[in-house]
Design a protein around this ligand. Structure first.
Ligand code: ATP
Ligand code: MG
Ligand code: MG
Ligand code: MG
Length: 465
């Protein structure tokens, strides 16, 4: 019968049973005694399984001695306890089948020596075979499943929000425009005839930058909802925390206040972090060893301690008086840069911070105004090493205040007619936030560049694969 590597290593298969494990060769080491030790990985867990293979197997072709890193194989053998340090079980091979050899092993890009992350990015189609990318993807999967489970257990409905939309939810102008390319009905002339200005069936539209406005409509009917999907922003700069295509988790809660969603975010993050520590201990041990020696301690601390809450106004004072020279000076009313966010989380608090009540001038039109007339009920969660990982707010539910804000910002009321309807017909206070999913994956793994925590990064000059 077939077994995965994790089935065997976790003891699910009894010692003495014969199984076939299929995967890719990571390393081969030959002993003088005519035995090869072949490590095979299949993605099911961090460690490969060691197969003890007599060279004489398949020796009509000397196949065993031709196996190199990357070859795909099925190895049949009996499970035995391993004498090797750090390994639980191994396979005493009785048959080896090769699916595919590696053409010209000397030039195989994923050789077992450690590669830089920059190098691996040039091989987005092959890097999944490395330890590091495999570990990232398992942790990423664990986080995604845990987040869905968290919301499900707390009575939230998952709502799919549209990718194609006419609105720039954030008003930041970082939009990708959608064009209709009706190739079938093009006259059979040359490509230059394509009319790239013809938008989505005649309507100017974009790829979504956030599902929030849409998910609000569902919160104002089904009470507790969330969306989790890809979002797109034309971020024309190379930072280690921005992608042009990234995933966002956006819960939206009717009758909730700013503090309600700040605590929701805290519970959600703790739940997801605990899931990773429990379910992906093997991958986390690797990140601790190779990427960031503090990562597990940090996560345990986060999982077991209350988040610190702080007002934007107090944060500005802290930043002005801390004695550190920032590239950009801080003054009340300016948006915080990543250097400021990181200082607050890393140095001042030493853990994630919930920063609340930002000046209205630096936040989006939909945020609920506070009584001081200057600030809005917004909160960002800032994480050490990264800065903002969550942005959220209470939404302005009072139609008169909302309309006044649109007018103040010079935004056309007509474009918000459906959004205003939620305020016209049975309006309720509501609040929600957006978690940048890749920022969470970066934070949890300790990986410093966001391009290394998504399977196919989309950023300026990288859309090849
Ligand atoms: P930043 O200040 O880092 O540009 P933002 O304030 O523009 O972020 P929001 O509009 O608040 O971002 O979006 C909600 C969350 O989505 C952010 O807290 C962040 O975690 C994530 N996010 C935003 N832009 C990106 C991006 N380009 N790539 C990856 N994640 C992003
Ligand atoms: Mg931004
Ligand atoms: Mg921001
Ligand atoms: Mg934000």
């Amino acid at each position: 019968s077939f077994a995965t590597v994790v089935d065997v290593l976790s003891g699910k298969v009894a010692v003495g049973d014969e199984v076939t494990v299929r995967g890719w060769v990571r390393t081969r080491r030959d002993s003088k005694a005519g035995i090869s030790f072949i490590n095979v990985h299949d993605g099911s867990c961090f460690d490969p399984i060691q197969a003890v293979v007599p060279n004489t197997l398949n020796n009509y072709d000397n196949e065993v001695l031709k196996l190199t890193t990357g070859c795909s194989v099925a190895i049949t053998g009996t499970v035995s306890e391993s004498a090797g340090k750090g390994q639980s079980f191994e396979l005493q091979a009785t048959a080896v089948k090769v699916f595919g050899f590696v053409e010209d092993p000397d030039t195989y890009p994923m050789s077992p020596k450690p590669h830089s992350m920059e190098y691996l990015r040039e091989f987005a189609h092959l890097r999944a075979r490395t330890n590091v990318t495999g570990a990232v993807m398992r942790v990423r999967n664990c986080l995604a499943q845990a987040l869905h489970r968290f919301f499900h257990e707390h009575g939230y409905l998952w709502v799919a929000t549209p990718i194609i939309t006419a609105s720039d939810a954030e008003g930041a102008g970082e939009l990708f425009r959608v064009s209709t390319l009706d190739l079938m009905n093009l006259p059979k002339t040359d490509q230059n005839e394509i009319d790239f200005s013809k938008d989505f069936f005649g309507k100017e539209s974009y790829l979504t930058v956030s599902g929030q406005l849409n998910v609000e409509t569902y919160a104002c009917a089904l009470s507790k909802v969330y969306t989790f999907g890809p979002t797109f922003r034309a971020e024309n700069s190379n930072t280690s925390r921005h992608l042009a295509e990234f995933w966002m988790v956006e819960p939206e809660v009717a009758f909730a206040s700013l503090d309600d969603i700040a605590y929701l975010a805290e519970d959600m993050l703790k739940y997801a972090i605990r899931a990773v520590l429990e379910e992906r201990a093997d991958d986390m041990a690797f990140f601790q060893q190779r990427i960031d020696k503090e990562v597990i301690n940090r996560l345990e601390h986060v999982a077991n301690n209350k988040f610190v809450h702080m007002d934007y106004t107090d944060a500005v004072e802290i930043l002005q008086n801390c004695g550190k020279k920032f590239e950009y000076p801080v003054s009340w009313g300016t948006d915080l840069q990543s250097e400021h966010e990181r200082y607050l989380a890393e140095v001042h608090v030493g853990a994630p911070v919930v920063l609340k009540n930002y000046p209205k001038g630096i936040k989006a039109f939909y945020m609920r105004q506070n009584d001081d007339g200057k600030t809005v009920a917004a909160m960002d969660i800032l994480a050490p090493g990264i800065g903002e990982i969550i942005g959220g707010s209470a939404r302005e539910e009072r139609l008169d205040v909302f309309d006044a804000r649109l007018a103040e910002m010079g935004l056309p009321v007509e474009e918000y007619s459906w959004y205003r309807d939620l305020r016209r017909y049975g309006t309720v206070p509501h609040a929600g936030f957006g978690l940048g999913f890749e920022r969470l994956v970066s934070y949890v793994t300790g990986m410093t560049n966001i391009r290394d925590v998504i399977p196919f990064p989309r950023a300026p000059k990288s859309a090849d694969f």
